[in-house]
Design a protein. Structure first.
Length: 292
């Protein structure tokens, strides 16, 4: 049982305990004769405001450090809070448009692009793992800001292909977690599994003038989730609605659900690193978690 200490960013939280995770079959990958690579980490990015894409700050510096660790990924599977659908879908375009899915926060954002390519191999492997049909593949959509704002800091050359997986809003938290379990075999095929959201995400209560500190309910919820993750008490994370303050910390599940894919794809012996475990504007959690 190991705790990995990031070189630049602080690690917080108690010692980890073990959890059990169903073993995933590698049959499809091996049968196509693909060479298995060293197992890559799994990442949950706390993406925060889109303006992070314009800045060089403690959050983006940590994302860059994480990118260095996964620079040999053959492709990236990204699960973002900003693609919510009625069924589970995956992008299948080769040329991925940069989606500017936000309001006039800062006009400079609209000039940014992230010209990563898609990955037919990863699309095929995700489809095999999750049982996706051709109708579940989106051949036009590109990357939303939950994906590209962190990827352009972690992988600024945009030289690693990307496939994005949607959040099926008809599924329960346990169902989302189970999809993560099914995706875990991608790690052994040299793919990076990444998700992007926020543990605490309440825009309506954000205090843009705040210089520090969090609402008590936001701090309590964030600490409860981080403690459960580090203790590998995944059932407590799945039952996040039972935690005091959850109604304010997670007024809508879209930003919390990506974390469940990360947990589902993790393994009992993964060291866990917690980067930038803080809350900004009093109600926006910026914790980034790395497993492996």
């Amino acid at each position: 049982m190991r705790l990995r200490v990031p070189r630049k960013c602080p690690l917080t939280g108690p010692k980890r305990l073990k959890h059990s995770s169903p073993a995933a079959s590698q049959k499809n990958f091996i049968s196509r004769g693909r060479t298995l690579s060293d197992i890559l980490p799994i990442v949950f990015f706390g993406h925060g405001s889109p303006t992070n894409a314009l800045e060089d700050n403690r959050f983006t510096q940590c994302w860059a450090e994480i990118g260095e660790r996964a620079a040999n990924a053959r492709a990236i599977l990204m699960i973002s809070a900003h693609w919510c659908t009625e069924g589970t879908m995956a992008t299948a375009a080769i040329d991925l448009q940069t989606i500017h899915d936000f309001g006039p926060i800062d006009n400079r954002l609209f000039s940014l692009s992230y010209p990563a390519k898609g990955s037919p191999d990863l699309v095929e492997d995700v489809s095999d793992a999750l049982g996706l049909a051709d109708a579940d593949l989106e051949r036009i959509r590109g990357l939303d800001h939950g994906a590209w704002t962190v990827l352009m800091k972690a992988f600024p050359k945009a030289n690693i292909p990307v496939v994005q997986l949607s959040l099926n809003m008809n599924l329960s938290p346990k169902d989302h977690y189970s999809l993560g379990v099914k995706l875990s075999l991608l790690r052994k095929a040299g793919y990076l599994i990444a998700s992007s959201g926020n543990i605490v995400h309440n825009l309506s209560m954000m205090d843009w003038q705040s210089k520090g500190g969090a609402f008590e309910w936001a701090s309590h919820f964030n600490k409860s989730i981080i403690s459960a993750v580090l203790g590998q008490q995944h059932d407590q994370v799945l039952d996040y609605g039972l935690i005091e303050g959850s109604d304010k910390a997670v007024p809508h599940p879209d930003h919390f659900l990506p974390l469940l894919y990360t947990l589902g794809a993790s393994q009992p012996d993964d060291p866990i690193s917690i980067y930038t475990n803080e809350i900004v504007y009093r109600s926006l959690g910026m914790a980034t978690l790395v497993f492996g």
